[in-house]
Design a protein around this ligand. Sequence first.
Ligand SMILES: O=C(O)CCC(=O)C(=O)O
Ligand SMILES: [Fe+2]
Length: 364
Amino acid sequence: MSAAKTIAGDGEDVEPSVAQLETISFEALRSGNTAETAKLFDVCCRDGIFYLDMLGSEPNVLQTVEDIYELENKMFDLPEDELMLYDIDKLSLRKLNGFATLISLLRDGSRLSKDPRYKPIGRNHGELAGNKDGFQSYALPKDGIMKLGREADFKRPQVVDTYMPSLHRFARAISAAASAILLALSSNLMLQSNENLNNVHRTHLPSPDLVRLLKYHAQPPSESGSSHVPHTDLGSMTFLFTKQHGLQVIGSESQEWEYVQPRAGCATVNIGDSLSLLTNKLLRSCRHRVSALPGQAMNERYSFAYFLRAEDETLMRAVKSPLVSEGGRDEEEVFTSGEWMKMKYAMLRKDTWNQNDNWILTGA
Ligand SMILES: O=C(O)CCC(=O)C(=O)O
Ligand SMILES: [Fe+2]
């Protein structure tokens, strides 16, 4: 991420910095291009985020991506009462399925309980009025999309059924991209075949991967906080799609917030905590948030993401690589991927954080 250019504000003096992210070609990675593989590794160590040019992915993923935008528009157009039937806190102990909204919480100040699929706005800790966030979300479990394990018959609004073929194509395309990336990273890390990162991200087996649909609500300029607080993602990699501004990352050189420009035909991919834990921080879990451009109000905004996660039993300790330093946590302190997920979610739902919580929330 080199020196940032600027994008126009709203006739204001403020000129936000734009993150100069590298672009990685999926096609080049898949064909084993060594220059592209090396570039990917450098970018993941330095920035922890890049554009992945999805052109050439099979099947035509760009049409599929359009289908999912359509699904999320229809989903969030459903009446709130209906979405609340799929309250993520009630449907899924592990937040893998359901709807998670703000207004009810701001009114009565209560927390709706443990573990949402649909997340109503404001369920998580945030920076807006009442310390709540500014988005609704709906989680769709990969296992449900792929008909695997206990989620095969997951509860869902009828509109999802129409889009199941698209969701399936989407999950397959992202899995193929993830697999090419993990193979390239494993090869750069010089991992033995039994340590290959793909071994703990097997698409055909149950895993806590999910597709999350997100709708941010417009906020007045007076509410200048982030609609989605600074955080790192708990899993291995996130494949984000949006046509609108709002995502910001901490620049690896500037160490300041920079705006990520949406780019057509590309997913914005960021490394999450699991790959950082597995490489003793060599791969950078990218810190990010969602906020309006300076001097502007937050507009209504849609995005969706595929969250790739390590299988539950994966031990979160450094892989054996000449490039990865040993040490870090004591053997007794090693937790599994499943346990890490629980710790991180507990943190996101807390009302207040103390200093010791920061490493969990904003960078493992
Ligand atoms: O909506 C976005 O651009 C980012 C969403 C995000 O960071 C998340 O869901 O973890
Ligand atoms: Fe995130």
